[in-house]
Each structure stands twice: as structure tokens, then as C-alpha cells.
Design a protein around this ligand. Structure first.
Ligand code: ADP
Length: 329
């Protein structure tokens, strides 16, 4: 079958990854139950989901490590089932199945990758040295990788992946278990890669990570994409913004409750929850109504919807949690 010029790898398609109805079961258990994705080239896509949702399975399928049971996928312009070899040549995978060998040095790990990619001896040394320098590993290059910290191992893993100059990188939970500094370091690396035109497909359990990095986020639950969009779009679909007023005096609490009829009462903690966006205008109006009723709250907190709310609402059908973010007074 003739292939179009866009499929030959020299002119990457503007779509990095697209899937339609992707399915996978293990035994009798359906893990992916029809996944549709569309990821533009040069963007960061985050796949979120609770443990066991099928994130790693999706990455394994899209990176040709396991076969799907059904559906179609194109990765880097190549049909996943029809031309897995071409897909493999265009992608890099790092994460839970790290390729780092702890018994040899960081530099030796890099040179091994250079060999695998058939780089010349000189070319391999140059690429290895450049990448080790770029990822802050030049000093540790001659030490066994087993002596590296978690953050250094992840950086080495990404550096090894980049030897093959992939256009799409799958990062499966790249910062799980890393300290905050290493996590920020990893985020910087991801941003740099994207600025060079690389597409990043990220799985993460950290909502803040998706919020920080991703152009688009999909929430995987029960084998399906429960929601997909930018972080802002996702936050809009789950109403959760509210103001919480807490009282110590039961009389004041009751006066406030009758003045603010739209509030949801919490008798036990003498608190009222008033839905809203927490804007200055809304707050002023709320305080005016309290003043008019002659009551003063002991504590006022503003809660804006965050990705935690979205995640909890979409993955468990759970109520929007009540955790104040910002104490105003
Ligand atoms: P996640 O990455 O979101 O935590 P996984 O993709 O690792 O989820 O796993 C999804 C489900 O598929 C889990 O219930 C897991 O036990 C199951 N699973 C994954 N790989 C296999 C396998 N090779 N054999 C059987 N079950 C598997």
C-alpha cells in the first residue's frame, strides 16, 4: 500500500499520537475500554488516573511493548499495528521500566545506547558527553549508576532516551518518589524538550504536575477517558469553588444560616458553605450580608476548584472535598 509523504518520518504529521477505540483486557478484566486520543505534535499530554486505571498499559501499547486487543492508533504518523518498527524509531520511553544499568557508569550506559543506535565511536562519545553535561551528570559520569540519587537516575534515563533523538517521549510517572527539587528539575527538562518540538506523553498521579506541564489532560477511569481538556477546562466542569464560614457561637451560626439561605450548613462544626468563585465582588457582597445580619464569622476561607476536585469527582464519583485553601481572616 502506498504511504503518503507525511508518513515517511521526514515530515512529521502535526498529530503526534491519535487513537480510536483502543481496547485491552488482561484475563477477563477490561483495562482499556475504548480510548480515543488526539495529541498534537510539540505538546505535553498528561494521562491522569488512579492506581490501576490503565495508564501504564496505555503507554505500553502506544510504545509497541504490548499489543492492543482492538482499536487503531497512529504514533508519529505510523500505524501502530502495521509499522511498529517505524513507531519504535520515532519514540523514546522512560519511567517505570527504566533502562538504566546500575552496574556500569552513567557514561557507559550512554555509550551503550549510542551503540544500540549505531552511532560512530566518535559520534557516540560526543552525544553522550553533551547529554551528560546538559542533564547535570558530567561530574558523576564515571561513577556506577547504582550510586546515583533517584533524581539523577531519572535524568540519566531521559538522557539515554534522547540519544536516539526521539520526536515523541513517553514518560511514565517520571517524578514519582522524587523530592521537590528533583521534581522541578524534571519539569524544567520536560519544558526544554517541548520547546525543541518534542511531544511529551506523560502519565502522573500528581495533579500539580499535570497542571504545571500539560497542554491537555485526560482523566482515565474505569477503562475510559472520563474527561479531557486543558486544566482550566477540566476545572470548569467540576463546580467546587466556595466560601466557608466557621463560627464558634451557635447563635451567630444560626443567624448567619438564616441570612444566607443558599449556604449548605454543617451543624457539627458550625460552618456554612456558600458556593461561588471567591471573587472580590462576591466576597464583598457576602460580607455586606453578614454585616446586615449583625453577625461576624470567626473564620472565612476561600476555596477555588483545583485539579484535586476534578480528579476526585471524576474517578470516584466522590463529593467535592472540603479543604480550605486560603484563610482570609
Ligand atoms: P496504572 O499504570 O494506571 O496504575 P496499569 O496499566 O499498570 O495501571 O494496570 C491496569 C490494570 O491492568 C491493573 O489492574 C493491573 O493489575 C492490570 N495489568 C497490567 N498489566 C498486566 C499483565 N501483564 N497481566 C495481567 N494484568 C495486568
Amino acid at each position: 500500500m502506498p504511504t503518503s509523504s507525511r508518513d515517511d518520518g521526514r515530515h512529521p504529521s502535526p498529530t503526534a499520537v491519535s487513537t480510536a477505540g483502543l481496547r485491552k483486557s488482561y484475563g477477563g478484566k477490561t483495562v482499556l475500554d475504548g480510548i480515543d486520543l488526539h495529541i498534537p505534535a510539540g505538546s505535553v499530554f498528561a494521562l491522569l488516573g488512579p492506581n490501576g486505571a490503565g495508564k501504564t498499559t496505555a503507554v505500553k501499547i502506544l510504545s509497541t511493548l504490548v499489543a492492543a486487543d482492538g482499536g487503531q492508533a497512529r504514533v508519529a504518523g505510523h500505524d501502530l499495528a502495521g509499522d511498529p518498527q517505524a513507531v519504535r524509531a520515532a519514540i523514546g520511553v522512560t519511567g517505570q521500566f527504566s533502562a538504566v544499568d546500575g552496574l556500569i557508569t552513567g557514561e557507559e550506559n550512554m555509550l551503550l545506547m549510542a551503540d544500540l543506535h549505531h552511532l560512530s565511536r566518535h559520534g557516540g562519545r560526543r552525544v553522550a558527553a553533551d547529554l551528560l553535561e546538559r542533564f547535570g551528570l558530567a561530574e558523576a559520569a564515571k561513577k556506577p549508576a547504582s550510586t546515583y540519587s533517584g533524581g539523577m537516575k531519572r535524568r540519566l534515563d531521559i538522557a539515554m532516551t534522547l540519544v536516539g533523538n526521539p520526536r515523541i517521549i513517553f514518560l511514565d510517572e517520571p517524578t514519582t518518589g522524587l523530592d521537590p527539587r528533583s521534581r522541578h528539575n524534571m519539569w524544567r527538562i520536560v519544558r526544554e524538550l517541548v520547546s525543541e518540538g518534542v511531544t511529551v506523553f506523560l502519565t502522573t498521579q500528581y495533579l500539580q504536575e499535570a497542571d504545571e506541564l500539560a497542554d491537555r489532560i485526560a482523566v482515565l477511569n474505569d477503562g475510559r477517558i472520563a474527561a479531557e481538556g486543558t486544566a482550566e477546562e477540566l476545572k470548569r466542569i467540576v463546580p467546587g469553588g466556595h466560601v466557608r464560614l466557621r463560627f464558634t457561637d451557635p447563635v451567630a451560626y444560626r443567624s448567619a444560616a438564616s441570612a444566607l439561605h443558599e449556604a449548605s450548613p454543617d451543624e457539627e462544626s458550625l460552618a456554612l458553605r456558600i458556593p461561588g468563585d471567591g471573587s472580590q465582588r462576591e466576597l464583598r457582597a457576602l460580607l455586606d450580608r453578614l454585616d446586615a445580619a449583625g453577625v461576624e464569622a470567626d473564620e472565612l476561607t476561600v476555596h477555588t476548584t483545583d485539579l484535586d476536585d476534578v480528579f476526585l469527582a471524576l474517578t470516584a464519583g466522590a463529593d467535592v472535598p472540603d479543604h480550605p485553601e486560603e484563610t482570609v481572616r
